[in-house]
Design a protein around this ligand. Structure first.
Ligand SMILES: [Zn+2]
Length: 211
């Protein structure tokens, strides 16, 4: 569903490009570009490969910060492996972007995520835990990501994601998502229950889980 009709009333694009630099990584050399939202102060980083143009659809991953998975290699989720795979796929493609948004724990923040993990230790799944803490299952919004995508000169997007809600969220924010490119990694054994909850309760498209 496209939502061009909402674009007239949408808030103006209030982000500023703060700084950028080269970033050599184990997967290849990227540019890292830092942005800040002028009103909220929200900071967001993009890893950029190649020089996107507005006339060719660009491979994009919106990655939501997961301190436990990205940094500590937690086996409760597949975030760290997805991030690495996205970097690898974009490096192979020669052009693309990873927008790293600081919305830890699907938007509930790090402290609440740890509270949710404590509830999961008592047997709740990820959705039940968020609801018990008084949050929605997914609190993320994609307006700032959409602004970053535009700032990077990207027109149409081929989105690396298993999450249909993310595609809808980006489209609602005015991004032209022309294709979904699936990103499935070999899950850690402890993450399987979490991934099944994501599939059953959050609508994620995970075909290889039962294999
Ligand atoms: Zn994670």
């Amino acid at each position: 569903m496209r939502s061009e009709d909402t674009s007239i009333t949408r808030k103006p694009n209030k982000i500023e490009r703060i700084a950028e630099a080269n970033l050599p990584t184990e997967f290849g050399t990227f540019r890292i570009v830092g942005f800040r939202h002028i009103d909220t102060g929200e900071e967001i980083a993009a890893l950029l490969k190649g020089e996107p143009t507005s006339d060719v659809p660009v491979l994009v991953r919106i990655h939501s910060q997961c301190l436990t998975g990205d940094v500590f290699h937690s086996m409760k989720c597949d975030c760290g492996r997805q991030l690495q795979q996205a970097m690898d796929q974009i490096e192979q493609e020669g052009c693309g972007a990873i927008i790293y948004q600081l919305q830890e724990g699907r938007g509930i923040g790090l402290m609440n995520k740890i509270r949710a993990y404590a509830l999961q230790d008592q047997g709740m799944d990820t959705v039940e835990a968020n609801l018990t803490l008084g949050f929605e299952a997914d609190m993320r919004d994609y307006e700032t990501c959409a602004a970053v995508i535009k700032q990077l000169g990207i027109g149409a997007v081929r989105l690396l994601s298993n999450n249909p809600d993310k595609i809808e969220g980006l489209r609602a924010a005015g991004v032209d998502v022309v294709e979904r490119v699936s990103i499935e990694v070999e899950p850690h054994q402890p993450a399987i229950g979490y991934l099944k909850t994501k599939r059953e309760k959050l609508g994620h498209l995970l075909e290889n889980l039962d294999a």
